[in-house]
Design a protein around this ligand. Structure first.
Ligand SMILES: Cc1cc2nc3c(=O)[nH]c(=O)nc-3n(C[C@H](O)[C@H](O)[C@H](O)COP(=O)(O)OP(=O)(O)OC[C@H]3O[C@@H](n4cnc5c(N)ncnc54)[C@H](O)[C@@H]3O)c2cc1C
Length: 312
């Protein structure tokens, strides 16, 4: 009779985990700073964040919130994790929401995220992100799904692709303010254009370092509806720009979501980047693409959230 000894992996011979473009980072909250009435800067910390890629611009990623019944205990892993998550009973599902990387400090294992804290009068106006933020405390555990710097291919999730020398028109509401801030801080010193940012109140205008020829216009909403300040200001600025007018472009107007973001930069010309509440983006996209003729490859139009609807 032959005896066979199974070969077991040991700590001395770790099985190398496959590096993927995106990975789950286990973190805890290191700091919470109220930047203004509408913004809280959350600093996440953890040794694995040494591998969180610093791609700059509007790099998006996911925050995964613990399920009310069981935290992260039932969070599926593997390639089909998301559909498996969605088939769990509701109180066992972790909430997943998209945010923008504000700053990465790999040497310290830290990532900053600027999260909007808004008034919610009912459960319908509260989702897992707001719920978590309202009681978040230093030391809380949170999972991040983000780009892994050990992956040497593209990560995806950056949608700002302006050609060098373009005249820029950048616009958004408070949910896009972190992305706009990161974009402006990453632009070359020669960049030129205007950024419009609609925020709840004048106190929410944040300090952003911008190139000398880029103007930032903060538009306090002061109780007006979303887009009421942004739409006229951006429309007027767009009318003054030269888009090399495309003739009567087809623009889908029935989309429930808007994610119209070309993956590469146009060769030359003006460049438009807009992210805000979906209905507001829809209005601006129609005017700028259909009426003013901005070529499709010269603009990114993204619905970052939808008024009255929870979004994953
Ligand atoms: C690419 C991308 C990047 C983003 N970056 C950021 C970021 O850096 N910082 C940030 O704060 N947000 C950011 N957002 C927006 C954020 O994902 C949404 O606001 C998200 O809906 C918040 O989740 P929630 O769980 O609070 O609400 P949900 O469960 O999605 O929605 C519940 C209710 O809250 C309402 N609601 C959601 N957001 C708001 C809001 N801001 N004001 C008023 N009502 C709201 C919804 O209409 C709904 O009625 C980003 C979105 C995308 C797509």
């Amino acid at each position: 009779m032959s005896t066979q000894t199974a070969v077991q992996p040991t700590d001395a011979e770790p099985i190398e985990a496959a590096v993927r473009p995106w990975d789950v980072f286990r973190t805890e909250v290191a700091a919470l700073v109220r930047l203004s009435p509408a913004f809280v800067r959350v600093t996440f910390k953890g040794p694995s964040l040494a591998h969180f890629a610093d791609n700059g611009f509007d790099q998006r990623f996911k925050l995964i919130f613990p399920a009310s019944a069981c935290g992260y205990d039932k969070l599926p892993t593997g390639d089909r994790w998301y559909s498996e998550l969605r088939s769990l009973p509701e109180d066992e599902q972790c909430g997943v929401r998209t945010y923008t990387v504000r700053t990465v400090r790999p040497e310290l294992g830290e990532v900053d995220v600027d999260m909007v804290i808004h008034e919610a009068e009912s459960d319908e106006e509260t989702g897992p992100a707001l719920e978590w933020l309202q009681t978040a405390a230093v030391g809380d555990e949170l999972l991040l799904l983000g780009p892994d710097s050990r992956w040497d291919g593209p990560h995806g999730g950056v949608d700002f692709h302006a050609p060098e020398g373009a005249e820029l028109l950048i616009a958004g509401d408070e949910t896009a303010a972190p992305a706009i801030a990161a974009i402006l801080e990453d632009l070359p010193a020669t960049a030129r254009g205007t950024a419009f940012i609609e925020v709840p109140t004048a106190e929410d205008a944040l300090d952003i370092e911008v190139p000398a020829h880029v103007a930032v216009v903060w538009l306090p909403r002061d109780g007006a509806a979303w887009g009421e300040r942004l739409v006229p200001a951006v429309t007027e600025a767009a009318r003054r720009m030269d888009f090399g007018a495309e003739d009567d472009a087809f623009v889908e107007i029935d989309d429930e979501m808007i994610w119209d973001a070309p993956e590469t930069a146009p060769a030359t010309g003006s460049y438009v980047w807009i992210a805000a509440e979906t209905g507001v983006v829809k209005t601006l996209r129609f005017t700028i693409r259909k009426e003013l003729g901005l070529p499709k490859e010269s603009g990114a139009f993204m619905g970052y959230w939808r008024n009255g609807k929870a979004w994953d």
